[in-house]
Design a protein. Structure first.
Length: 414
């Protein structure tokens, strides 16, 4: 049996084959690497392994697609099969990598469609170069049971949520007011739903920006009609006898004594969405022996994007540089081009990592951030008016390390 048929058969296989370049993960990062390699080498063997069907889509669109009445199928730019055919690669869809042996440069595969070992295909393939592009996964705190709570980090889950929300106005609670949570809140509001945004901090984006900046964002969010519950912690989500979701939360307090006195409140909703951060699964990085942190991801050498294990690279949400996670779309093309040149043995200047501009996609307020922002630091106001706020973050040498620009949106007359 050929390895290509792994995801379509239920019988056992122990074939071993050499696959040249193997990429794990068919998100934006994985497909960008394929594009970059094919731009310079049309023939080198490439195998793409993915637990889903490998369809190409632009993930940032997920936080603004519901209000545009777009289904998951509307966001797909090319099916995995069509994209693989066009690129001349082998696609192993609906397939998981269960183990990596860096000594033999071999991967063990298992069908993602069948979890029972008795009825599951196994196969091994060799790689000359391996690219880890498997992304990151949503964090679900213990108070947010996965079976009751949605996340919007993959097109399949987005599609399921979109179908649920298409039946009319519903009540939705979003846990976590970072960039993604804040963007989803506005998208759902524009789609006609009643939205409550809950965060441990007093304002959205508080882990990134100083209070003077986040206060403006909170004001804009509330002015739209979003119910923002800042400084609140969700303690449980359960389904009540009516089939509704009961969200229990209480104020975040600093002392044990105050915590005991804090009164728990209840919010009744139809859906709960978690936007509480990302983590990288440790199974494959541990097997590969790469330097790794669950929160930030796989550490790479910045100029080459090589990991600490020979012949293995990393890119995208699963990768970090100098201990900082790299979870933005803008640098992916440059990162992929560097990996392609390095794998193909071509001379290159090395990847020059520059933090991308961060832009909140909300229409209620314009927020742009450059550099490496952090909430705690020496933020200085350079411009402040009712319509605009500009602040710089100064480092220990009084040099600007980040800038945030917040502007009120223009008033559109009727």
């Amino acid at each position: 049996m050929s390895v290509e048929n792994l995801s379509m058969s239920s019988t056992s296989s122990s074939n071993t084959s050499s696959e040249g370049i193997v990429i794990i993960g068919a998100g934006l990062a994985g497909w960008h690497v394929i594009d970059a390699i094919r731009a310079k080498d049309k023939d080198i063997p490439i195998t793409l392994i993915t637990a889903d069907n490998g369809d190409r889509y632009h993930k940032p669109m997920l936080t603004m697609a519901i209000s545009q009445n777009k289904r998951a199928s509307d966001l797909v730019r090319a099916t995995g099969v069509d994209a693989a055919t066009a690129a001349g690669i082998t696609l192993l869809a609906n397939t998981n990598v269960s183990d990596i042996d860096p000594a033999t440069q071999q991967l063990q595969l298992i069908s993602a469609l069948r979890s029972d070992p008795v009825y599951t295909n196994y196969a091994t393939i060799n790689y000359d170069k391996l690219v880890l592009a498997m992304g990151a996964h949503p964090i679900f705190p213990k108070s947010l049971p996965e079976e009751l709570v949605w996340h919007v980090n993959h097109i399949e889950r987005f599609g399921q949520l979109q179908e649920q929300l298409a039946v009319g106005c519903q009540r939705v609670a979003i846990i976590g007011a970072g960039m993604v949570g804040t963007e989803i809140a506005e998208d759902l509001l524009k789609a006609g739903h009643h939205v409550t945004l809950i965060d441990l901090n007093d304002a959205p984006l508080s882990q990134m920006l100083p209070p003077k900046a986040t206060a403006r964002i909170a004001q804009a969010v509330k002015s739209q009609g979003i119910n923002f519950l800042g400084g609140c912690q969700v303690s449980s989500v359960i389904r009540n006898s009516k089939g509704e979701l009961q969200v229990s939360y209480k104020p975040v307090v600093s002392s044990t004594e105050n915590a005991e006195a804090a009164q728990s409140e209840t919010l009744i909703v139809d859906h709960v969405i978690a936007s509480t951060g990302l983590t990288v699964d440790d199974k494959l990085p541990t097997a590969a022996g790469v330097e790794f942190n669950r929160r930030t991801g796989i550490e790479v050498d910045a100029p080459t994007l090589r990991t600490t294990t020979d012949n293995i690279y990393a890119i995208g949400d699963c990768m970090s540089i100098n201990g900082v996670a790299c979870r933005y779309v803008a640098p992916l093309r440059a990162q992929a081009a560097t990996i392609a040149d390095d794998i193909l043995g071509l001379e290159h200047r090395g990847y020059d990592h520059k933090p991308p501009m961060i832009r909140l996609k909300n229409k209620a307020i314009s927020v742009m951030v450059t550099g490496v922002p952090q909430a705690n630091g020496n933020w200085q106001v350079t411009t402040e008016s009712d319509d605009e706020l500009i602040m710089n973050l100064l480092d220990d040498n009084n040099e600007v390390s980040a800038t945030v620009t917040i502007k009120a949106p223009p008033i559109v007359s009727a």
